[in-house]
Structures are given as C-alpha cells and as structure tokens.
Ligand binder design. Structure first.
Ligand code: MLT
Length: 270
C-alpha cells in the first residue's frame, strides 16, 4: 500500500493516505505498523479519507537519537499525528481510532488537541497506567531487545495477542502477526516500551470526553479484557460498546470483517 513520506518532528514519517471525505485516523498498536489495518483501510477508504501512520520507530517511520535514549512518550506520538494532519492541511476535525498502544496515543491526542477531534474509537486498549510490575517488565523487554535483538519477542507476545482458537486453527493469522513483529527494530520496540511505561492514567478524564465514541474489544482479549473495556465505555458520556466474536486482542486481524463493519456503521452514523 503506497505511503506518503513527510519530514516532521525531526524524523522521516511514513503514512498511508487513502480515499476522500471525512478524515479517519487509524493508529496501530505495539509492535506493529499500519499494515495491521489493511482490511479496514480497504473498506473505510470508500467513504473516508483514511490516514494510517506508522508511529515513529515502526514501519517506514524513523526515530531520533533522543527517542532511542529516552523512549517515546505517548504525547510525542500524538504530536506526530497532529503534525501529519497539519502537513496534509486537514482542518476538519478527525475521527480517531486507536488500537491498544494506539489507544494510549489517542487519549493523549484528544487531551492535547480537542479541537481536532470529531469522534473516537477505542479498540482493545486501556485507560489506566501500568502497575510497578508492568513498568518493570517493559524496561526488561527494552533492555533485552537492545542487547539480544527481537528474536524472543514473537514467542513472548503471540500467546497474549491472539485467542487460543486463532493460535490452534488459523496459522495464517499467527504468521501475519509474527511477520509484523519481526519487521520491528530493537530501537523502536525499546523506545515504545519505555514510553508506554510512563503513560498516565486517564480514567479521571473519560467523563469529559463528550465526542461520539465506540469501544471495540475482542471477546477473548487477554490484554485489555471485555470487562475493562466495558468500564471505559460506561465512563465515556456517549459510547457504544461492541464485542467482537472469534477474536483475542488483535481484533482488526482476527475478525477484520466485523471490525470494518462496526467502523463503517459508526462513521456513517455521525
Ligand atoms: C499493543 O497491542 O499495542 C500492546 O499490547 C500494548 C501494551 O503493551 O500495553
């Protein structure tokens, strides 16, 4: 899928821009890139201008020396998305859809740039911060990948990312996720892990997020559980809750049709 490459925030930044109409930004999770949204880009670009960036350090987007040294905080990724909208001269408020780490980025985007937001979609994500133990595990992965490379990452992550049924019976999805993870660099993974560990708890702000919202979660999600996502939906003033069957955490890949249909219906309802 053709990407535009722009110079923003001191790096070379790659982004798919496809279709016309209302801007819809699809923000990928960790450690992936825009290709996790392939099915949704195909469907939604028929009715929207879909903008699917590679966050800095992933896919075709670079990292600065400071990112490698300090990690990338969620508000830095959010600032890059704002810079992309500016670069594309998009002044119309956008529909933001964030998956997992992309959801953490979305929270920071809506808090920093509320005037740029028309509606929000939270997909398999969380609103709280990490526990001390969770932060420690992230720092450990960051150190491990910088020392030993990323070979251990797919084996450590795939059992949590995919439903047991997907792992047992849908090898093509397991392979697709592994290929995406293996495209990531140690630097990109380490920088994101350091940044995610520092992300704030945004639960106190959910009640102020008055935009039309949809909360999407895989019925078997082991990372951001349906119970946790339902709490987010209940805390948001105007959210619809959608549970996706036959999916773990990676709903856009495990049940792409259901996620695309939910997004299409949501966008057309606005
Ligand atoms: C993701 O899918 O983006 C990650 O599971 C997020 C995380 O590590 O918290």
């Amino acid at each position: 899928m053709a990407q535009q490459v722009m110079q923003i925030g001191g790096i070379s930044f790659a982004c798919v821009v496809r279709g016309s109409g209302r801007p819809l930004v699809l923000v990928h999770g960790f450690p992936f890139d825009h290709t996790m949204w392939q099915a949704q880009i195909e469907t939604l670009s028929a009715v929207c201008c879909v903008i699917a960036p590679d966050l800095r350090g992933f896919g075709g987007s670079g990292l600065s020396d400071a990112d490698v040294a300090d990690g990338v905080e969620m508000r830095r990724y959010a600032a890059d998305i704002k810079a992309v909208l500016d670069e594309l001269q998009i002044s119309e408020p956008a529909i933001l859809c964030g998956f997992s780490m992309g959801g953490y980025v979305l929270w920071q985007f809506v808090l920093e740039y509320p005037e740029c937001v028309a509606a929000i979609v939270l997909c398999d994500t969380r609103a709280d911060a990490d526990s001390a133990e969770g932060q420690q595990a992230r720092l450990q992965m960051a150190e491990n990948v910088m020392r030993n490379g990323i070979d251990a990452v797919p084996g450590a992550m795939i059992p949590k990312l995919l439903a047991a049924e997907t792992i047992a019976n849908r090898q093509e999805i397991v392979d697709q996720v592994e290929v995406m993870i293996r495209k990531s660099s140690p630097e990109g993974i380490a920088a994101a892990q350091r940044g995610m560990g520092k992300r704030p708890d945004v639960r106190e702000h959910l009640g102020e997020m008055n935009w039309p919202a949809m909360v999407v979660v895989g019925a078997e999600d082991a990372i951001s559980s349906p119970a946790e996502m339902r709490e987010i939906a209940e805390a948001l003033p105007a959210a619809e809750y959608v549970e996706i069957e036959a999916a773990g955490h990676m709903t856009p890949l495990e049940n792409p049709g259901a996620v695309s249909d939910a997004l299409l219906r949501f966008v057309q309802s606005l």
